[in-house]
Design a protein around this ligand. Structure first.
Ligand SMILES: Cc1cc2nc3c(=O)[nH]c(=O)nc-3n(C[C@H](O)[C@H](O)[C@H](O)COP(=O)(O)OP(=O)(O)OC[C@H]3O[C@@H](n4cnc5c(N)ncnc54)[C@H](O)[C@@H]3O)c2cc1C
Ligand SMILES: *[C@@H]1O[C@H](CO)[C@@H](O)[C@H](O)[C@H]1NC(C)=O
Ligand SMILES: *[C@@H]1O[C@H](CO)[C@@H](O)[C@H](O)[C@H]1NC(C)=O
Length: 562
């Protein structure tokens, strides 16, 4: 007699789910032991990998970069399937090597001698926070032999710790303490900078610093860096080497992993509404040992029994599911899980693509192929000096840059409240708001001092029009409810480990031992302690959970450390 196969259901066809399916399906001997199903709520695979098209160009609505090619499993697959080359141009194909043009609100281009010292200050502070070795690359180094950034970091974290109390230190407060310390060390005099109307040196430095903070917000998805935990920052790992984008599209990686699976194994349009499981056998009279312990209820009314379920839904979806009374899990998840889920951060990051229509600008910017990699340095939102025509949701946008060298499609990143607001705006509101902003930044773009007393030479005013826009909507899409996770103040790396813990949990005492093991497993970027928020983190978590099951069924000897 042939024993009944165990049924493994993977919830979610994103990077983690497809990787787990690939591993389980291809493992030697697994086909005799398992019946495998992937259920996906959406109508496509890929999840937060959403390669798309805009204005004739291939674009990424979600995951964009391979964060360091050295040792990245995503890079390895991309190489194997030859996805890193294309006859057509692709998003950020030139890397991020283009020199940015940094312009201050009001239209004055900032010289490197103003921008660079603050940029290296910021970079050194972040390196310090991330536990990297700090080298002083500041152009002022020669003139400031005594200025040591590592000491600055020590000083800033010491002051912060004493202000906030240990364990509550945020990256945001550390950074600001670093800037203040820098000013004290520089004995900064708050003088007017020649040529820069409306900007004192200190205001300008603070605004450049804020621009870098805004870039950091999009990297981490923490809408407010004061909510980003300082201590966890040094646990995050990056792969070495350059960061690149994928010529044939990020989706090609997921498609390649999915290509080994037989048709029908992935079921699209199957949204899980409820997961019934058996944490304690004795309390659950309904459970019979010859039926499968987990029962999935779908939005379409259908049900599916399973022996093991790998949950890969986003942290945002999990947060929503524990908030509602009729949560996704029945019985509800144990406390250590719900606490980790609520403490960890999950923010919104969105990308905006704009098709350039007409442009009337100073000669420098006339030509589409020369639209700059524009970095924008804004006045503070509460400043009287701000241009009131620029909408609030643009004020934390650090840059606007062509998709690739001579593309007429521009790309911007948004985070936090601004990213949420973007999702609710109409295309017309976005076009008007961005046009106002860009036109204002590209006007009067010179160092001509005559501009200071009036509104400038009318010929120098520019008008930039966009014909079409496309934005991602990660915050409002019910299948994601945000973009990626971060360690919030009050949380820690341990919460990421708790996220990965399968249920019933080992720790729940002897009661657990009477119920079937490994009923609910968790994968996804938010379950990886050192590579959370990334595609390779999701990939590794998928492998980890597949291997957990393979090991349970003794199909692999050792469980590797992911
Ligand atoms: C704008 C943006 C930019 C990014 N940039 C990068 C980058 O440059 N580099 C990088 O490495 N990473 C980046 N990321 C992060 C990366 O995309 C994610 O970390 C990774 O793709 C997450 O994969 P996952 O499998 O964990 O989750 P997901 O991709 O979210 O997969 C989960 C799947 O579950 C499905 N699902 C949800 N609820 C249900 C339900 N109830 N029933 C059934 N199915 C359900 C979802 O539809 C989804 O397909 C970015 C993300 C975003 C949003
Ligand atoms: C300086 O600020 C004032 C508002 O206080 C504004 O009217 C003026 O246009 C600004 N000048 C420049 C060059 O930005
Ligand atoms: C994924 O891309 C499509 C365009 O191809 C877009 O309509 C959809 O909104 C994107 N998903 C999210 C969550 O942004």
């Amino acid at each position: 007699m042939v024993a009944k196969k165990s049924r493994i259901v993977i919830i979610g066809a994103g990077m983690a789910g497809i990787t787990a399916a690939n591993k389980l399906y291809t493992a030697a001997g697994s086909k005799d032991l398992f019946e495998l199903v992937v259920v996906e709520g959406g109508e496509r695979i890929g999840g937060r990998i959403n390669t798309s098209e805009f204005g004739g160009d291939r674009i990424e609505m979600g995951a964009t970069w391979i964060h360091g090619i050295g040792g990245s499993p995503v890079h390895k697959i991309a190489q194997e399937i030859n996805a890193l080359e294309s006859a057509h141009p692709w998003e950020c194909m030139d890397g991020s090597s283009d020199e940015p043009t940094t312009v201050a609100e009001g239209g004055l281009e900032l010289e490197p001698d103003v921008v660079d010292p603050i940029s290296s200050l910021f970079k050194n502070l972040m390196d310090y926070a991330q536990g990297k070795q700090v080298f002083d690359e500041s152009p002022e180094r020669e003139c400031n032999g005594d200025f040591e950034y590592s000491k600055l970091g020590d000083e800033a974290s010491r002051i912060c710790a004493s202000n906030d109390g240990v364990g509550k230190l945020s990256v945001g407060s550390f950074l600001r303490q670093g800037l203040d310390t820098y000013w004290v060390w520089k004995k900064n005099r708050d003088e007017q900078v020649s040529g820069y109307t409306n900007w004192s040196r200190k205001l300008l430095q603070e605004a450049i610093f804020a621009m870098h903070e805004n870039i950091q917000r999009t990297y981490t998805s923490a809408g407010d860096l004061l909510t980003l935990d300082y201590n966890a920052e040094s646990e995050y790992r990056m792969f070495p080497g350059e960061e690149i984008t994928i010529a044939k599209g990020y989706l090609s990686i997921v498609q390649s992993l999915a290509s080994v699976l037989p048709p029908g194994l992935i079921q699209l349009g199957k949204k899980v509404r409820k997961i019934q499981w058996q944490p304690d056998n004795r309390k659950n009279k309904g459970y019979e040992s010859d039926t499968r312990p987990v029962k999935l209820h779908f939005s379409d009314g259908s049900v599916l029994l399973a022996d093991h379920v790998i949950v890969t839904v986003s942290l945002g979806v999990l947060k929503a599911s524990i908030c509602q009374d009729s949560g996704m899990f029945n019985p509800p998840l144990p406390r250590f899980k719900t606490e980790a889920i609520s403490r960890l951060g999950f923010g919104v990051v969105n990308k905006l693509f704009l098709q350039l229509g007409s442009i009337h600008a100073p000669p420098k910017f006339q030509d589409f192929s020369k639209f700059p990699f524009l970095q924008m340095v804004f006045h503070r939102a509460d400043s009287e000096l701000r241009n009131k025509k620029i909408p609030w949701w643009m004020r934390k946008t650090a840059s606007l840059c062509p998709l690739y060298h001579d593309s007429s499609v521009l790309l911007s990143w948004f985070a936090g409240e601004e990213a949420r607001a973007l999702e609710a705006l109409s295309d017309e509101e976005i076009i008007n708001g961005v046009s106002q902003t860009v036109s204002s930044f590209l006007s009067q773009n010179s160092h001509s001092h005559e501009l200071c007393n009036g509104n400038g030479n009318p010929e120098e005013n520019s008008e930039v029009k966009f014909s079409k826009v496309l934005k991602s909507q990660w915050g409002s899409d019910p299948l994601f409810l945000g973009s990626y996770s971060y360690v919030a103040v009050g949380s820690s790396g341990e919460d990421l480990d708790s996220m990965a813990e399968p249920l019933p949990s080992d720790d729940s005492g002897s009661a657990a031992s009477s119920s079937p093991p490994l009923q609910i497993l968790f994968a996804g970027e938010a379950t990886h302690r050192t590579h959370y928020s990334t595609t390779h983190g999701a990939y590794c978590s998928g492998l980890r959970e597949a291997n957990r099951l393979l090991q349970h069924y003794q199909l692999v000897g050792v469980q590797k450390n992911y």
